[in-house]
Design a protein around this ligand. Structure first.
Ligand code: KIV
Ligand code: NA
Length: 274
């Protein structure tokens, strides 16, 4: 049985911290699920960590659907959420069309939309139509050209607005909320005021759960890791070591061995070549 948004709600009520992790393909989704990750996010961060763009802005709905479908196939029990990419939910009609493709073609359980007051009516409409929506406030990377890439809502006015947006998203039917790069005490206060689970990234320990990016926690991204990330392994270095050995063994002739190869009767070969 797949995890549902009701399970996530129950986890908040029971004070059980919710773990969310991004994944972008079949094998990573399988590994996340086997490790006990209950919520897998197909983030538009894939534009950066998988496709090598500088921002998430170039990511298309087709990109997201292709990756999300692979994740859904890899994670049979996790709750799978996918980002709707930049400017694919600017109008109600766009949002409905995008969510429809994401749910029908990729088979995700929910979509995530960035932003506050301007998208509240869209969140309400999607929820009414049966599309579970996860909100995302604080640093919303799709708006990085207007917001910058810094900690958000440090001042009272901005913090008040963030709380108002969070409450409005909850009232509109959002089943959970991501808070990215906001001060820990504010994130904790928002988590307490909301009934829905609040999942933080760079938002301190007081949230109802945490989300991290696959490449950051595994040491797969050799760009600069964000300050909020913890590297639980250096898989990038392990891959490089293994690949260097592969290169050396092919170059030296140590690989492949007869055990990796198929035999043929000598007379069959002679007749073939003769
Ligand atoms: O795209 C992403 O990976 C995200 C998380 C960082 C919340 O939106
Ligand atoms: Na994202």
């Amino acid at each position: 049985m797949r995890t549902t948004l009701f399970d996530l709600q129950a986890m908040k009520q029971a004070g059980q911290r919710i773990v969310m992790l991004t994944a972008y393909d079949f094998p990573s989704a399988r590994l996340a699920e086997r490790a006990g990750v209950p919520v897998v996010l197909v983030g538009d961060s894939l534009g950066m960590v998988v496709h090598g763009h500088d921002t998430t802005l170039p990511v298309t709905l087709d990109d997201m659907i292709r990756h999300a479908a692979a994740v859904v196939r890899g994670a049979g029990r996790a709750f799978v959420v996918a980002d709707l990419p930049f400017l694919t939910y600017a109008t109600e009609a766009d949002a409905i069309a995008a969510a429809r493709r994401m749910m029908q073609q990729a088979g995700v359980q929910a979509v995530k939309l960035e932003g506050g007051a301007p998208i509240v009516p869209i969140v309400r409409r999607l929820t009414e139509l049966g599309v579970p929506v996860m909100g995302h406030l604080g640093l919303t990377p799709q708006a990085q050209h207007t917001l910058g890439l810094r900690v958000q809502a440090r001042q009272a006015a901005e913090a008040r607005q963030l709380l108002a947006d969070a409450l409005a998203l909850e009232a509109a039917g959002a089943f959970a909320l991501v808070l990215e790069l906001v001060p820990a005490p504010l994130a904790e206060a928002v988590s307490r005021r909301l009934r829905i689970p609040v999942i933080g990234i760079g938002a301190g320990a007081g949230c109802d759960g945490q989300v991290q990016v696959w490449h950051d926690v595994l040491g797969l991204y050799d760009g600069k890791s964000p300050r909020h990330a913890r590297r639980y392994a250096d898989i990038g270095a392990a891959i490089e070591t293994a690949l260097r050995q592969y290169v050396n063994e092919v170059q030296s002739g140590a690989f492949p061995t007869p055990a990796h190869s198929a035999r043929m009767d000598q007379d069959e070969l002679d007749r073939a070549l003769g």
